[in-house]
Unconditional design. Sequence first.
Length: 109
Amino acid sequence: MSNSVGSSGPIPATTASAPAVPLAPPSIHVRAVITWLAIFPLVAIGMILIGPVSESWHPVLRAFALTLVVVPLAVYVVVPRLLGAYTAMRRRRVQVLAARETQEAQGPH
């Protein structure tokens, strides 16, 4: 599968004056925090939404119904978007730091 410009790989982090900088994947700790940031609000909102309907349900059935919606939503929608935002933020930071290093290496004008 290719995107609209026909390239098949990821776009490297570059600036006009800095070379491409490969980014390491997020650490397991970062992924855990991002996953929690996705799951907690989804569970909280889900509990509020199904609460009135599921008051009489067995707790295991409530948990099943909630996770039936929350897990796919988190895995396929929320976590990938949060990881994408985190990666974009890291890429911008690397670009800014690389630009500063380039300016410092060139010295005063």
